[in-house]
Design a protein around this ligand. Structure first.
Ligand SMILES: *[C@@H]1O[C@H](CO)[C@@H](O)[C@H](O)[C@H]1NC(C)=O
Ligand SMILES: *[C@@H]1O[C@H](CO)[C@@H](O)[C@H](O)[C@H]1NC(C)=O
Ligand SMILES: *[C@@H]1O[C@H](CO)[C@@H](O)[C@H](O)[C@H]1NC(C)=O
Ligand SMILES: *[C@@H]1O[C@H](CO)[C@@H](O)[C@H](O)[C@H]1NC(C)=O
Length: 731
């Protein structure tokens, strides 16, 4: 009695207490979700995950049954679904309180929980509520029979409906159709019969308060980011639908929404409950690790192939568990590939090479690689990797395996660009379109594992997927599409999801445009196109330390000495010059001399003779200028030069150089080979200080003022051949 006396003020509280006392009997307990899925597709598992996330009680009908409901499992048109529902409802026919939600599942996900669903359902005051559609299907002639709607969608969609069990039983009672008949047409006809509509008490969710069908409604739906959760909002009706259905041609848009919904999600860490069955390779001994076939595709002249193989070797994965398939389309790379296989081929479990002489086309080679894994029951994963991928993370393969996805790519990006190996969306004609989150994902402001319509260059496929959903042999052809687009299109068609992850940093994509192949060592010319790889290959590993002021030596007053080039840089520069071969100190040199400055001729080849002056200038600007400004404070250089050349000293050619000034503000002098190994003698003496550097270190440069103080001479090379690279900077 007391609550009554105290009036409405306390009534809600009291009700709360009562409800709590009865907490083992929540209203949600009367809700059952029924769905038909004959196969556990990835879409179905996504649906199930979203249902579990919100604690829906779901029952799956037809699992393992053959599908007769229409050509594709996802199209509307499945009488089989009505048959299965009818049978399942039998035992609930008398249960007045039982509420059933019937929904498709391959292309549906929950955006909210049972409480909200039931509340919205009760607010309709109807016994059965169907989702509403913008478009009428399958029989347009029925349009006139549809009741007019002032605000909202007019047509019935059978992809989702909710109702009391007895009323739903009544709804399907008259079903006698074939499995292949249209369920939507069946329900439509009942709905359009005014008498049945009223008796069973059916209405449509016109304003998408519960059901959002995306077909025909894409412009109405946006993502709404809340603190810890993401919802889809229908802007047209200002509603937050509970179920999102990617019906008709909107599968990809559902995949996009599915990247955010219903997960608890933050931009920094990505989703926190999105991944089912992550597997861990931790603690597995080498022999217990899954066998992986790596398919390597060299489909065009590609810079830094030596680094590609180096990174392949540095993958943290036992080589005995790896098989290699290499398709090299380019004669240009034949020697490098063969050298790699000669040096390391035997360390791998098996190796198969298809060389340029076999003239195999890109798509055929990719089919061959995938098929090698498919046919081999021991092949647990297939990693397809193009030569232009710089996979700098040695754990990449393990990380990808641990994601436990059928198909997944690590995000790789062209340095400093927005170009990457995935597309966030497709245009209407199936080509690239930029998704709203594309830039954020590329730039790492949104982190996660993303379901996307297109990946390329590098991806991991489960062997079991190749042997089931992707068992069709010709994955890499599809009408006129190129191999990558064909692959993605075929995979999507099989309802297999394509994922890309940016949860780790994996590496980058080389730029292969403008790669010159006319030199002996073409990578030297790549300082503009691929500066990071150029640095990795050619700049001394301790250069960065030197830039911090460490490691810099001062062997003579104002003469600095620091590491600049790798061994490879030295060797390739020397080989490039020897390959060019036109060493001279004579006539053709004079034409290059500006104002007669080079008054002490050396046997040399100038950078411009091998058309390397732009690249050399870039090198001076990027790597020498910062050192200059650090070591000679207050001096700023634009690293201009007229003279930059490689000098060759030989006892019987030109062993030494007489004392001279350099026509420069400062000079750099890089030792390109090794004293005591390649030559004997040599070095440089600064006369004013009576100070010599007699054991130049390969890859290290001297940097000294050019005029006035630093009058110097080249000490005689007594044996072998000595090479140095000299630049007169700021003449
Ligand atoms: C369906 O709903 C109506 C309420 O409009 C109710 O009167 C009827 O008994 C329900 N049951 C069936 C089996 O139709
Ligand atoms: C369903 O039943 C409720 C009352 O139970 C009534 O107000 C409503 O108009 C009915 N709807 C239809 C479509 O018959
Ligand atoms: C770089 O410096 C470290 C430490 O001084 C040294 O051990 C290493 O050999 C250097 N690297 C090269 C390539 O000289
Ligand atoms: C230069 O130094 C050497 C030893 O390093 C010494 O023998 C020589 O006498 C010096 N020459 C002059 C001109 O000081």
């Amino acid at each position: 009695m007391r609550p009554l006396l105290l009036g409405p003020l306390l009534a809600p509280l009291c009700w709360l207490i009562l409800a709590e006392a009865k907490s083992d009997q929540k209203p949600e307990d009367n809700l059952l979700v029924l769905t038909v899925a004959t196969k556990e597709t990835e879409g179905f598992r996504r649906f199930k995950r979203s249902a579990q996330f919100f604690n829906y009680n779901i029952q799956v009908l037809g699992l393992g049954e053959d599908w007769h409901g229409g050509e594709k499992e996802t199209t509307l048109g499945g009488g089989q679904k009505v048959r299965l529902l009818k049978a399942a409802l039998e035992k609930y026919a008398e249960k007045e309180d039982q509420i059933i939600l019937f929904t498709d599942s391959y292309d549906v996900l929950f955006a909210s929980g049972p409480k909200e669903l039931l509340k919205k359902f009760r607010q309709t005051k109807s016994r059965v509520v169907f989702s509403a559609e913008e478009l009428i299907y399958p029989d347009r002639r029925l349009e006139a029979k549809y009741p007019q709607v002032h605000d909202g969608k007019r047509f019935l969609g059978s992809g989702g409906f909710i109702g009391y069990a007895p009323n739903l039983s009544k709804l399907v009672a008259s079903w006698q159709g074939q499995d292949s008949d249209s369920d939507q047409l069946f329900y439509t006809k009942i709905f359009l019969d005014p008498e049945q509509r009223e008796k069973i008490n059916i209405t449509l969710d016109h304003r998408c308060r519960i059901f959002q069908n995306l077909d025909g409604a894409l412009d109405e739906v946006v993502l709404k980011f809340e603190t810890a959760q993401v919802r889809a909002r229908n802007l047209e009706y200002d509603t937050l639908p509970v179920l999102i259905h990617g019906n008709g041609p909107t599968k990809l848009q559902l995949n996009y929404l599915g990247n955010y919904i219903p997960r608890f999600w933050t931009f920094e860490t990505g989703c926190t409950v999105c991944d089912e069955g992550l597997r861990s390779l931790k603690g597995l001994g080498d022999k217990a690790l899954p066998t992986v076939l790596i398919g390597i595709f060299i489909e065009q002249p590609t810079p830094f192939l030596s680094l590609f193989f180096k990174r392949l070797l540095s993958l943290r994965y036992p080589r005995k568990q790896l098989r290699l398939f290499i398709h090299n389309h380019e004669e240009h790379h034949e020697a490098q590939v063969e050298q790699f296989l000669e040096d390391h081929g035997s360390e791998y479990h098996t190796v198969k090479l298809v060389g340029p002489d076999q003239r195999m086309k890109n798509a055929d080679a990719r089919n061959m690689g995938a098929d090698l894994c498919r046919q081999d029951r021991d092949c647990t994963y297939y990693l397809s990797m193009d030569a232009e991928v710089a996979l700098t993370n040695p754990d990449a393969l393990r990380i990808l395996i641990e994601q436990n996805k059928a198909v997944i790519a690590p995000l790789v990006i062209r340095a400093g660009r927005l170009w990457s190996n995935f597309w966030g969306a497709l245009s209407a004609d199936g080509f690239y379109a930029r998704s709203e989150d594309y830039v954020d994902i590329v730039q790492g402001r949104r982190v996660g594992v993303w379901n996307v319509p297109y990946i390329s260059n590098i991806y991991l496929i489960k062997g079991s997927t190749l042997r089931s959903d992707l068992r069709q042999k010709d994955l890499f052809h599809s009408s006129k599409l190129d191999a990558d687009m064909a692959f993605c299109s075929n995979v999507r068609e099989q309802n297999v999801f394509l994922f890309v992850t940016n949860q780790h940093s994996f590496g980058r994509l080389l730029s292969v445009d403008n790669y010159q192949t006319t030199h002996l060592h073409n990578d030297l010319w790549e300082i503009f196109n691929n500066p990071e790889d150029w640095k990795e290959k050619y700049i001394h590993e301790n250069y960065t330390e030197a830039l911090k002021g460490k490691l810099v030596e001062t062997p003579c007053p104002d003469v600095y000495w620091f590491p600049i080039f790798t061994e490879t840089a030295c060797d390739e520069l020397v080989e490039e010059m020897e390959h060019f071969g036109q060493w001279s100190a004579g006539d053709n040199k004079d034409t290059r001399i500006q104002g007669g400055y080079e008054n002490v001729p050396t046997i040399d080849i100038h950078m411009n003779q091998i058309k390397f002056e732009r690249e050399w200038h870039k090198f001076l600007v990027e790597y020498i200028a910062p050192m200059t400004e650090k070591l000679y404070p207050g001096y700023y250089t634009r690293a201009q030069f007229d003279l930059a050349f490689v000098v060759r000293y030989k006892p019987d050619e030109q062993p030494s150089l007489m004392p001279h000034h350099d026509a420069s503000t400062f000079t750099i002098n890089i030792a390109l080979n090794r004293v005591g190994v390649d030559y004997e003698g040599g070095g440089c003496r600064f006369i004013r200080y009576n100070c010599s550097i007699r054991a130049p270190r390969k890859g290290w440069t001297l940097m000294h003022p050019g005029r006035l103080t630093h009058y110097h001479e080249g000490l005689p090379t007594t044996k072998g051949t000595r090479y140095i690279a000299v630049s007169f900077v700021d003449p």
